[in-house]
Design a protein around this ligand. Structure first.
Ligand code: NI
Length: 171
């Protein structure tokens, strides 16, 4: 089922999420399936639970955007244990559609997490995967990529979004 994506302005996006404490439930599996479906339907490479209104530390990532079934990643309660190097690249967010900006991120990350069944996983990624992991991990802390921009850029985007909200083109 494709879920509704919460847009910038919805408080759930700026609220730190609670850890997942129950694993292997049908409910969790269903949520993960729905999140992948929602991400693919919107042509994203990552989606965090708060973006579908669930304030839990859970994110799905697929740098292949659905091309490679092996590329599907589920990170529950992730912890970034290593950040190395630096990359600057264009980033967008399904909760802030229509806006893309250069964001500085670490080039390589190592993440420790659980999968949906509660098994511990450790994963290393670089470039696009590293960027996606950092972006999605931020979501779980209530942080959007706008926070990484200069105040000037951020205010400009906020003003444009406010206009869209006022004209009813942002919900
Ligand atoms: Ni995002």
């Amino acid at each position: 089922m494709v879920l509704k994506i919460r847009k910038y302005g919805d408080p759930v996006l700026e609220t730190p999420c609670d850890p997942v404490t129950e694993f292997g439930s049908d409910e969790l599996k269903q949520l993960v399936d729905n999140m992948f479906e929602t991400m693919y339907a919107n042509k994203g490479v990552g989606l965090a639970a708060p973006q579908v209104g669930v304030s839990k530390r859970l994110t799905v990532i697929d740098p292949s955007a659905g091309e490679d079934p092996e590329a599907k990643i589920v990170l529950v309660n992730p912890e970034l244990v290593k950040l190395e190097g630096r990359q600057v690249g264009e980033e967008g967010c399904l909760s802030i559609p229509g806006f893309r900006e250069d964001v500085k991120r670490a080039m390589r990350v190592k993440v420790k997490a659980k999968d949906a069944a509660g098994e511990t996983i450790e994963l290393e990624g670089e470039e696009l995967l590293a960027r996606a992991i950092q972006h999605e991990n931020d979501h779980l802390n209530g942080v959007l990529f706008l926070k990484h921009l200069s105040p000037l850029k951020r205010d400009m985007i906020r003003r444009k979004i406010r206009k869209l909200q006022q004209s009813g083109e942002w919900d």
